[in-house]
Design a protein around this ligand. Structure first.
Ligand SMILES: Cc1cc2nc3c(=O)[nH]c(=O)nc-3n(C[C@H](O)[C@H](O)[C@H](O)COP(=O)(O)OP(=O)(O)OC[C@H]3O[C@@H](n4cnc5c(N)ncnc54)[C@H](O)[C@@H]3O)c2cc1C
Length: 479
């Protein structure tokens, strides 16, 4: 279920590992695959949606994957007495209403349904209301159109205020907003209107450069510094102003009302805002063989699926890296897995903080693409091994406490005019037993700015599109 970064990786790898007598089936509501990281470039108008997407049908036909353009609505892990485990689906390909619903039998199920974009969590948030988004390629294309309008006004001499960041106290994905603001600043320079723009950042991070990772440290110029120094210097050099520790409560046509960690109720005006929504799991129900609702057994209250993590309630200081899942297998049904954003994290990585009014203002754990694809790959190998050897336990692990992440926040999509802030983080979930000083390896946690990182980002765009299309040698390209 889900043909995004993690689900597509799982399906392709399963198809490669399993013989033709096995069926690999993908159920996903879109007819296109989207390389989401490049939506940033669509959102500033330097790439078109066609450059970051491709049609799924011919690719799945070529690979031998059965494809249903549909949304999964419920899981029946015990079947219904007559029929083994199945999911219920609803087609989204425009077929007549009476033919829209169906059920699909499975032996193994991988939930890779990603996030539900919860714009409704903040009044007035989102592209249907008063702010823009780059979470999907069509949101990003619409954002670029509005940006063009702003540029036209600035060319006529008007001053405009741009507000970029997170649209709720519990958002994640600060890295994406960070990349958007750098690209926006670069693009306004390129279009000759930078002097007419005030560019502002707003986020729920405790400090700039936290990215939901609970304080990131890097070695620079012989010193160990908080990533705050890196991020603040990038903003200061570009004349970008910032507000952190902010939880937006309402977005109006011309501004955001937000609360701070100190409990202040403040307002920031804007002419153009790109604010990310918080995430939850997509709405899926689960039923037992007798039709009893067992959704709460399979899913955490935030809608993400429970896997082999330790979900026992603990104080923030008591959690361990080993609480994080490693095989992404559901504890109740060993033939069900959840990968990518769809699995339920056991706890926050950034320290949970609340305003004096009791409203949470801190980033939920970052859910980046590289680990999502690595998990998909590991789960495909586990399932193939379970089929081959008849074992019920998954044997391939990809714990976030042993996975790194590379994040390149580029600015500009041209070959010569861009630059990029490149961050590598290892491990994603800090481990203070292994790395007592900062929780992470100072050798593999790095931050650099320059044109080379930008080239790499550009190269990765084409490389990952190539891989996702299943072109020759795709399996050799790492996640
Ligand atoms: C603007 C932006 C920039 C980013 N940049 C980076 C970056 O530079 N580096 C990085 O590592 N990460 C980046 N990320 C994060 C990265 O995109 C995600 O981590 C990744 O897409 C997660 O993969 P996924 O498979 O879990 O979810 P997705 O890729 O979102 O895929 C989920 C799929 O499930 C489908 N689906 C939804 N509901 C159902 C249903 N009911 N039934 C079946 N299918 C369903 C969806 O349509 C979608 O196709 C960025 C994110 C954004 C928004």
């Amino acid at each position: 279920m889900g043909g995004g970064i993690s689900g597509h990786t799982t399906a392709m790898m399963l198809r490669k590992l399993l013989g033709k007598k096995h069926s690999v089936i993908v159920v996903t509501p879109n007819d296109k695959w989207n390389w989401i990281p490049s939506n940033i470039w669509v959102g500033v108008g330097v790439m078109k949606p066609e450059q970051v997407t491709f049609e799924l049908k011919p690719i799945y036909e070529k690979l031998g994957v059965e494809y249903h353009q549909a949304r999964a609505t419920s899981i029946h892990p015990e079947g219904d007495g007559n029929y083994g485990p199945f999911i219920e689906i609803e087609y989204t390909d425009g077929r007549p209403e009476e033919k829209r619903k169906d059920r699909l039998h499975y032996d193994f199920l991988v939930n890779a349904t990603g996030p539900k974009l919860k714009f409704e969590a903040t009044k007035g948030l989102g592209p249907d209301e008063h702010s823009h988004s780059v979470c999907t390629f069509d949101h990003a294309a619409e954002t670029a159109m509005h940006l063009d309008e702003e540029v036209e006004r600035m060319r006529k001499g008007e001053k405009r205020t741009f507000l970029i960041g997170t649209g709720h106290g519990t958002c994640t994905c600060q890295g994406a907003a960070f990349e958007y603001i750098l690209n926006l600043e670069h693009e306004l320079q390129q279009r000759g209107v930078r002097d007419k723009a005030e560019i502002r950042w707003i986020s729920n991070e405790e400090a700039l450069g936290d990215f939901g990772m609970g304080g990131l440290h890097i070695r620079r110029g012989g010193y160990v510094v908080h990533a705050r120094t890196f991020a603040e210097s990038l903003f200061a050099e570009r004349g970008i102003k910032w507000t952190v520790q902010a939880g937006p409560k309402q977005i109006d046509r011309d501004g955001v009302h937000y609360e701070t960690l100190k409990g202040e109720e403040l307002h920031q005006g804007f002419d153009f805002a790109m604010l990310l929504p918080p995430f939850s799991g997509v709405p899926l129900k689960a039923y037992s063989a007798r039709g009893k609702d067992i959704t709460a057994d399979l899913f955490a209250p935030n809608g993400f699926m429970k896997v082999d993590a330790d979900y026992t309630a603990k104080d923030y200081d008591d959690w361990r890296p080993s609480d994080w899942p490693s095989t992404y297998q559901n504890p109740s049904y060993p033939n069900i897995f959840a990968v990518g954003i769809a699995f339920a994290p056991p706890h926050a990585i950034a320290r949970p903080r609340k305003s004096p009014n009791g409203n949470p203002i801190f980033p939920t754990p970052p859910r980046t693409g590289m680990p999502s694809a690595v998990m998909g790959n590991a789960v495909a190998h586990s399932i193939a091994s379970m089929i081959k050897n008849g074992n019920t336990q998954a044997s391939f692990a990809a714990p976030m406490s042993e996975l790194g992440a590379a994040c390149i926040a580029s600015a500009g999509a041209g070959l010569l005019s861009g630059s990029a802030a490149s961050l590598t983080v290892y491990p994603l979930v800090p481990d203070f037993e292994k790395y007592p000083e900062t929780g992470r390896s100072l050798r593999y946690t790095t931050g650099e700015i320059g044109l080379a990182g930008h080239w790499l980002k550009y190269f990765l765009h084409y490389l990952f599109m190539y891989k996702a299309k299943g072109h020759p040698g795709w399996a050799w390209i790492p996640e």
